[in-house]
Design a binder for this molecule. Sequence first.
Ligand code: SF4
Length: 627
Amino acid sequence: MNGYCGKLLKVDLGSGIMESVPLSMELTENYLGGSGIGARLLYDLLGDKLKETDPFSPENPLIFMTGPFSGTTLPSTARMTVNALSPLTGLWGEANVGGYLGAQLKFAGYDGVIITGASSKPVYLCIGADKSDLLPASELWGKETFETTDLLQVRHAAGSRKPAVAVIGPAGENRVLYASIAHNKGHHFGRSGMGAVMGAKNLKALVVSGSGKIEPADLETYNMVRQRLAGKMKESMLAQVLNLFGTNCGTDMGHMSGDVPIKNWQQGEWYDGISALNGVAFDSVLTGRATCYACPIACKRVVEVKEGLFKTEEGPGPEYETITSFGTMCLIPDAAAVSKLNDRCNRLGLDTISCGCTVAFAIDCFEKGLLGTADTGGLDLKWGDAETVLKLIEQIAVRAGFGADLALGSFRLAEKLGGEALNYQSTVKKMEAPMHDPRAYHGMGLAYATSIRGACHESGVSMAVEHGTMTLDGIGLESAYPGQSSENKARLVQLSQDFGMVFSTGALVCNLGGMIYDQQDFREALSAVTGRSWTLEEILRCGRRIWMLKRAINLLRGAGAEEDRLPKLLTAALEEGGAAGSQPDMDKMLMEFYELRGFDAAGYPTAEVMCGLGLEDVLESLIKSRK
Ligand code: SF4
């Protein structure tokens, strides 16, 4: 099994029993890796209990998975995934991370870790090549992520080599519905509340170290593709600006095209604010750059705020999604303040997108008179008030005061407030939309509406293709898709999802450096690593199978066509800015998408589609669930 270790570590926290189980060839061939295999494992483990399993119950499996590229030196392939039923959406949940964890897990000899049950006391899991242990973590419980990381990396260092660590903070322990898992401080499994699932299991951390090696099946072709990609990255302007300004490199251009959400999605332009938050503006706090395993791009920021109200010690800096979730969404035009808000979310273990958007929603409701000081525990919420936002973040992590409401996310808070407030939340399937405006790129609207884990810009590659930063000649996608048009977007999104399920979430190529790959690079790399000759058709079919299985998990959990919707906030026309007057035609795109996917009006796939993908057993469950 080239590209794989051929083993999974199975850990039952209830009994403390750990065992190594084989990773079957059938799984790698049909679901490739990452969250493709994660979805199949979760589906099989839960069986008939899938429909009613509470995401916080011991039965909900927490599955960490790598892909066939993890641990190789192919550029921009350092990511790994964690999967479980999401407490935020109640549906399929997944979050991805860069860094070193995936490579270390492979070097320790495992393709993934399946964690079931719940421990009666806090524990952490220490994984090594020779042995794995569950160790007591009561003295770590309550500590923030950076402190826990430092303690564990010192405790489990082998000489000068530190292990890779993934930890939860107070937010995960307190089951904040959008709690994250922090890896080596600077990398975060952010989305869909996977940190809260870990907290419910009383699992504080994973510590992983290994010294193995991943051998590609065809070394000669592998080296040829790797060198070609390294050359492309060296020449690439995209790679250079990612290194210079991080993921914040396109904020000015995004603002001009109307892609950057401002003031809880209701303002089309903000020139002063953008110039205080763009890539150049963050040079005022930048002290260095960092990277992920074997990635030549080094898009990660290191920042320090030396003095003032938002003084922050040197550490990982905010990414574009965080800069906008707090900066433009809450109207905070201040790189130092946003760096501080990012730092606190990272240390407490909070997803910055859901957190920033939930806070922006609360400010909006307060300004509109839909919330008052009686609700907020006496706090006045105002646009641009970073100090109050900082207080709210602290409250959210421990569910104190108004933080207890905010810890449930904007959808549940909107439901609690009722009436007009429902119009100002920005979720799909109860998860807050990331920071790309569907009015600027209509395909993004369809991608959000139909994405499996809730509004998501990562699981397909449609954003990169629609923005024109990635071309995928040969898979049936055109090279140009005008953003503010709903024409041909259903096909774009469907094919991008199918390709992305294999590329981004199965093989776990980073969506940033991955934009420099073309389909031939990917296909040749995948074939060289795994030793199986992958055609483009097989890649798309495998992606379609993974997407349909995840869709079926959501259908079995009760989310059908009524959940494939964008909130009003993201479709209402703006009066100014790059996307002024533009509205995605959601009805048209959804109708075309359903036809392409072979869905009925309720959003269920036909028997022909499921059998064509070899998902007969899943089809049977779907039929049973509709009786
Ligand atoms: S492009 Fe950035 S996020 Fe992606 S692998 Fe490289 S350093 Fe990590």
